[in-house]
Design a protein around this ligand. Structure first.
Ligand code: PXL
Length: 276
């Protein structure tokens, strides 16, 4: 594997183990030079903490991009997550189209919703803008809730393979080359991930840990991107990221004080072993 430079664009939640505080260490552990573009700075994430602060960094983005362009800085991969505003999505779209090397891989995690609901900061206008960003993705990485918002399909808790197939077909019309759909389970005690490539679905199923954790979408997307940039196939990367995320959840279970995130640091050694 050659040494690669990745850019990840998402928020800094100062406390809460999500977004950049997760992506930066995981991608570094995967052997990548990891550059960041913070979309916003929050005192904590928005899922369960009250009265968090929020500084939107939308207006800083064009100048940061211009500076990089002057220095001819390019990235082998660009991975986007939780963004700061609808206007910012336009800037991020431009960064995706101009800041990559000729073989750049663009991974878009449309981090905006879970469990059938949008996160508090987002609305229908944001969803419409996110649909546009999906068209710039080589790989789109939604959970089922996000996929439903993006494909204008009703969210169901219980579904079958036909529902997932229709969801992926509709989603692919937004223009992403491939889709990795997370949190897909056809039995109560199981979950997994569907990799949709060239119209074909491949499923990796694993045990569902009854109590999920906040931030696992970011852990998954970071590990997936890190594995992919280690020359793993999309399916192998999806599997490694799933196994790593499960390990993080297992290592967090049983600690009631740690309700806000997953102890992903405790399993970094396992992730590195999986890449070997
Ligand atoms: O993990 C997704 C995420 C990222 N960033 C912020 C969030 C959330 C989920 O709620 O609130 C600020």
């Amino acid at each position: 594997m050659s040494y690669k430079k990745i850019l990840t664009i998402q928020d800094i939640s100062c406390v809460g183990q999500c977004s950049l505080t997760v992506a930066l260490p995981i991608l570094s552990a995967c052997g990548m030079e990891t550059c960041i573009l913070p979309s916003a700075i929050l005192s904590t994430h928005t899922a369960g903490f009250q009265d968090f602060t929020f500084r939107d960094l939308t207006d800083d983005m064009p100048n940061i991009q211009k500076h990089w362009q002057k220095g001819n800085i390019k990235f082998s991969a660009i991975y986007t997550g939780y963004l700061g505003s609808t206007k910012q999505i336009g800037y991020v779209k431009d960064i995706l189209s101009t800041m990559g090397t000729s073989d750049c891989v663009r991974v878009v995690d449309p981090a905006m919703a879970d469990n059938g609901k949008l996160y508090p900061a987002f609305d229908g206008e944001y969803v419409e803008a996110m649909k546009e960003l999906c068209g710039s993705a080589d790989i789109l990485l939604p959970n089922i809730t996000e996929a439903c918002f993006l494909a204008d399909m009703e969210y169901h808790e219980v579904y079958d393979e036909t529902y997932i197939k229709v969801l992926l077909e509709k989603l692919s019309l937004l223009g992403a080359k491939s889709i990795v759909l997370t949190g897909v389970g056809y039995a109560p005690e199981k979950t997994g991930v569907v990799v949709y490539e060239n119209g074909e679905m491949r499923y990796y199923e694993h045990d569902k840990i009854s109590k999920g954790c906040h931030g696992t979408g970011d852990i998954y997307a970071s590990a997936f991107t890190g594995a992919l940039m280690n020359d793993k196939s999309m399916f192998e990367a999806a599997k490694i990221a799933a196994d790593y995320t499960v390990k993080c959840i297992i290592n967090t279970q049983g600690d009631a004080d740690h309700w806000y995130g997953a102890k992903f640091e405790t399993a970094l050694r396992d992730l590195i072993d999986m890449l070997d």
